[in-house]
Design a protein around this ligand. Structure first.
Ligand code: NAG
Length: 135
């Protein structure tokens, strides 16, 4: 079997584009976000796991979460269970991705009550954070 030069060039172009877009997606995933954090009472999240306010879990922006949902099934989302580091005024905590935040713009997150409480007074409602998906 042989390829015409045109076909070969086209295949190479597709290959390079795939490599470039997938590595861009990978590095985007671990980018540092500067945004706001709010808190919520976890229940059964989009990942399909039931958590409580005592669990250190985080709900991440739908815009990011949805890129990793295969077969339209959020329970299979590959970000579920990944660690997120969250920093606020020198305090760093780690929480596990358990939910999809439809009301969060792409730099904002929603934390379980206990996770938020480790960073600041929940009565504040909203705080500034820097966060990053780790693994
Ligand atoms: C969330 O809940 C599941 C069980 O429902 C548990 O296995 C998991 O450890 C909890 N996550 C955290 C971060 O506590």
């Amino acid at each position: 079997m042989y390829f015409k030069l045109n076909t070969l060039l086209l295949l190479l172009a597709i290959l390079f584009e795939t490599i470039i877009t997938s590595s861009a997606r990978r590095s985007n995933l671990h980018v540092q976000h500067h945004g706001k954090a709010t808190w919520f009472y976890p229940g059964v999240g989009a990942c399909g796991v039931s958590n409580t306010s005592n669990d250190l879990v985080v709900s991440i922006p739908a815009k990011i979460f949805d890129k990793f949902t295969p077969h339209k099934n959020p329970n299979e989302n590959t970000l579920c269970g990944k660690q997120v580091s969250i920093e606020h005024e020198g305090i760093v905590i780690y929480a596990v991705i358990a939910d999809r935040c439809s009301g969060c713009s792409k730099n904002n997150i929603d934390l379980s009550l206990s996770a938020f409480a480790l960073l600041d007074d929940p009565n504040k409602g909203v705080i500034s954070v820097t966060w990053k998906i780790l693994n």
